[in-house]
Structure formats: structure tokens, C-alpha cells
Write a protein that binds this ligand. Sequence first.
Ligand code: SF4
Length: 396
Amino acid sequence: MTGQQASEPRPHMLSPSAWNRYETCPRMYWLSRQGLPRKAGMAASLGTAVHASVEDLLLHDISHIKDAESGWMPSFAEGVLKTRWEEEKAIFHATPRRPQWKEDKWKEAIRNQRGAIMMLLDHVGVRSLEQERITGALWRRIQKLAIAVEGELKTSDGRLMGRLDLLMGDVNEEGELVGWLVADLKTGRTPETALKTDVNRQLRMYRDILLANNPSAPNVRTEGWYTQNASKWAAHGDNVLEQAYAAWQATVPTPLPMEPTIGDSSCGGFCDWKAWCPHWWNWRKDNGTLHKSDFSDAVVLLQEYDSATGSAVLELCEPADANGRAMPTGVRQSARFDNRGKEALDEVLATGHQGALFLGSIMTQARAWRIGHWCDVLPWSPMPDGVEYHRVEQGG
Ligand code: SF4
């Protein structure tokens, strides 16, 4: 990667998720574009399967179902979800950096899909209709109101983009089209009082790209559709395109690593790129929280390892400098690698790696640390500040 000159970089495009990542920590955003191994996750796979199944429900030809026929929806819905579920499972297992697939989440996927169907029924005023009672005529009506399903939204200059889940027609009691609804399906946690700032901004970005591309559009409203409890949350607020273009400018790829935003809400939260970032480590060392929480990240040397049982002795390291050079401390810690955690270690060792390891989210309460299926096990390869990296841009 280092030193490889990009030949024809893809034009820079900004999506709401990349924008959010940049807002959380520019270094996180920068690392996410360096072609580093991406992490698969059960929640993301479940979400993708549910999204794709709803897309299928809205796009499949159901002309063989008679207008008054009912009772077909539950098996139809489960069938399309199962197909998408199996697709996602295959992608998940083909991703080297992955936790464990949880088949018992299937029930949750069904529940989320039901939530999405309920919200579609709500859109035509029959929210509490049991799904067994959905008729061919009713579902065709809902299908007709879906103007776009899983469409790519892009500004005419190609700089801002997003994936639109659903663009539905809003109709009045006479059946006349009175507006458009941009609905984004969310399988994550439902908001308590209002949409989170980043989701609100994402929805407004979709709305505003749509309006910019369709100057004669009818009234456009936008909602997050939370499938866990079938609740709809409207996003309101000013046009965000000016801010989005400023973010586009700020996120133009650079060979030098972007600035880190170090702290609890960034490094202490969800960051997939710690194995390549020296900053969380120095921050934890300096504020005395290194290895202190129940789920800790660590940089270690593997001193002993029994590949039959997964038991190991680790030597804890501390940062020797701002670039994250690992300094062994002489402190030994017993540990047990199991399940996907053990497989991941075996995979790293099979590559011939001998240096320090990054272990993410180790369970540290017991005498022996536990590195299980939820953990990251990666070579420790921090990318220092001030060193240029050149790679062919891959978007994201
Ligand atoms: S570890 Fe912290 S500073 Fe580094 S990329 Fe992640 S959030 Fe940013």
C-alpha cells in the first residue's frame, strides 16, 4: 500500500455515513478509506437482509395472486427473507475479519421485517391489519405507491450521494398524489425522544438531493422507519446541502493521515480502525485507563500459546512513542482464546506474523483474559502521523 501511486483515482463522493464518520473522527474516516480489512457484523448483516427482503416484497411480481386472495403474505415474506438471509450469511463468512454468525438472530430478522410491513400498511391507513389478511389488491396498491426502492441518489455534479431505501407517494383520500415521502428503514435501536443528529442530517441530505434533482417535485417529507417497534420518526430542519458540500471539500482524500479526534465519544466508542491508529493507545495510557475496563483493547506480545486449547500467556505492551511503537512491559497476563477469537489468532499466526498483536474488546474480569467470538485479533500496525500513504481510491 505505502508508496503505491494512485493512477486514476475515482472522483471523490461523499455519503451521509462517510460524513458522519468524518464528524466523529477525521482519522477514522481516513482509515476507512485505506483499503484495510473491513469488519463484518451481525447487526449490519441482519439489517441488510431485512432491507433487501422489503425491497423484494415491493418489487416482486405478484400478478398471480388474485385481488381478494389473502393468507399468502406470511410465507412469501419469510421466503424472500430466507433467501436474503442466506446471501448475507455467505458474504459474512467470506469476510476474514468477522465475529460469529448468530443463527438465533433469525427471529429478530423476522420481527424487523414484520415491523417494516406494518409501516407500509400504515402508509395506506391499515396499520393493524394482520399480515395473513393482506390481499393481492392491497399489496399491489402499496407496490404502486413505491416510486423508488433502493435507488442511488446523487447530485448532478456527482459529489454527494446516498442510497435511498424507499421513496413512497403520499396520496390523499381521493387517491391523488400530494407529495413524496423519503423513508429510511432502520433496524437499529429506536430513538427515545427524537432522531439522533446524524440520522436527522442523513435524512435531510436525501431529501435535499432529491429536491435539487427534481425542482418541480411535490411536497417532500422524510422519515426514519424503525422496524423494531414499527415507529416512524420525522426529520425536520433546514437544507443541508451547503454543509454537505463543505464536508465534501473537507473529506477530499489526502495522502497524509487526517487529524484524529481523540476522546471518549470517538476512541472510547465504536471505532473499527484501532489496530491502525496509535492515538487511542496513547490516550488510554496517559489518562490511566489502559486495560482498566471490563472490555478492554490491548497491544500484546504472544509469549506462549497452546493452539490445541487456546490458552496463552500475553506480555502487555505500552506505547513507546506517539507513533505507537510497542514497548513490552514485562507484565504477563494469562489469557484464553476461544471460538472465533481463537480462529482469528490462528489465521494471523498462519501468515507468519510475529510482532505485537492488537486485541479488541477483551473480557478482562476473570483471572485469565478471554478473547472470544466478539473480539478483534489483528497484527498491530499503527499508521503514524505525518507519513504519506498512496492508494487507489475505492470510495465508501
Ligand atoms: S482510535 Fe480514536 S483517534 Fe483513532 S481513528 Fe479511532 S476514533 Fe479516531
